[in-house]
Structure formats: structure tokens, C-alpha cells
Ligand binder design. Structure first.
Ligand code: ATP
Ligand SMILES: O=P(O)(O)O[C@@H]1O[C@H]([C@H](O)CO)[C@@H](O)[C@H](O)[C@@H]1O
Length: 159
């Protein structure tokens, strides 16, 4: 097995894994369907806010409920997690099946919770949860105007 696969953790094991990671632990979540420059820059910046970075990834069923499109996700949760685990910035990856990452955040209580600048950190359930237990929340501004949806639209124009 390639060594980065060890970063992929089950939901059951993630809190214990987080307790063993160097502190402060930064946590984020998302779909990360087709990884692009915006994502990898964002993840590197998130990691730099602490000593380790954990990424919770929406399961395929959970992505379907987000309404990004009938054909989404393009890449399976297993594949999306493997690509994220291969990144130097990422220390652990875990799937989650709920509509939001509020429950997993409540269970694991990371030190710092981050999302991209497209989210209002005090309005989203995960942000409220972290603030309630005294953790820090941070939004990272978009440095590159990229998105999976824009990439897919570009590909579709060439079909
Ligand atoms: N260009 C970008 N710059 C910085 N952060 C980003 C960028 N695009 C997405 N993010 C962040 O990465 C995380 C995962 O985002 P997501 O998978 O929704 O990306 P996306 O490319 O916008 O996808 P989609 O087009 O399917 O909505 C989110 O926290 C989001 O805020
Ligand atoms: O990749 P996305 O669409 O940014 O990921 C979603 O983020 C939501 C956000 O944390 C606000 O609650 C989350 O609820 C959703 O499950 C996706 O992870």
C-alpha cells in the first residue's frame, strides 16, 4: 500500500487520530470533486494556520443531497479522499455522510475550523459549533478564481 493511504481514517477512528496529531489541529470539510489550484492553495494556507490539517469529505450520498447536479460527484468519495491524502498539506482525511460537518466537529473538537471565503463562518453550523466550545474559526480568501463547476462547464462546451 502506498504510504499516503494511511492518512485515510474511518469516522469511528478520527477523533482518536486527531488527539494524536500535532496541535493546533486545523479542520475543514468539503466535496473537493475535481481538485484545482484554488483547492490546493486553500489547503496549504489552512495547514499553515496550525500544526496539522484534517479534511472531512462528503460521501457520495451526501454530495447528491447538496444539489450540485445530477452527475455529481464526478469522482467517488474513495477517489476524492485518496487525492486529498496525497497532498503534503493534509495529515488526515475522513468521510462524513451528514448534510453538514457539524456532528463530526462536535465529536472531535478541532482547535481551528476553516472554510473558504465563500462562507460566513458565524452563520454555518460547523462555525457556530466550534465557537460554542471556544475554538477558533477562520475564512480563507479566494486567491484564484477556480471551481469544479467552472471546469466542468468548460469541458462540456467542448463535447
Ligand atoms: N478557488 C478557491 N479558492 C479558495 N478556496 C476554495 C476555492 N474553491 C473552493 N474553495 C474551498 O474549498 C472547499 C471545497 O470547495 P468545493 O469542493 O465546493 O469547491 P468548488 O470548486 O467551488 O466546487 P463546486 O464548483 O462543485 O461547488 C470549500 O471550503 C471552499 O470554500
Ligand atoms: O465543498 P463545499 O460545497 O464547500 O462543502 C460543503 O460545505 C458545507 C459548509 O461547511 C457549510 O455548512 C457543508 O455543510 C457541506 O456538507 C459540504 O461539506
Amino acid at each position: 500500500m502506498v504510504s499516503f493511504y494511511k492518512k485515510i481514517c474511518s469516522r469511528k477512528a478520527i477523533c482518536s487520530k486527531i488527539s494524536d496529531l500535532p496541535k493546533p489541529v486545523v479542520f475543514t470539510n468539503g466535496v473537493f470533486d475535481i481538485l484545482h489550484r484554488g483547492h490546493v492553495t486553500y489547503l496549504a494556507q489552512a495547514r499553515a494556520l496550525g500544526a496539522s490539517l484534517v479534511v472531512a469529505v462528503n460521501t457520495d450520498e451526501s454530495v447528491k443531497r447538496l444539489g450540485k447536479g445530477d452527475d455529481r460527484p464526478i469522482n467517488s468519495c474513495e477517489d476524492r479522499m485518496a487525492v486529498l491524502a496525497a497532498l503534503e498539506s493534509v495529515n488526515a482525511v475522513v468521510p462524513f455522510d451528514e448534510d453538514t460537518a457539524q456532528a463530526i466537529v462536535r465529536e472531535c473538537r478541532p482547535d481551528i475550523y476553516v472554510k473558504g471565503g465563500d462562507y460566513d463562518m458565524t452563520a454555518i453550523p460547523e462555525g457556530k459549533e466550534v465557537l460554542a466550545y471556544g475554538g477558533r474559526v477562520m475564512a480563507i480568501d479566494f486567491e484564484y478564481d477556480r471551481s469544479t463547476t467552472a471546469l466542468l462547464n468548460k469541458v462540456r462546451r467542448f463535447r
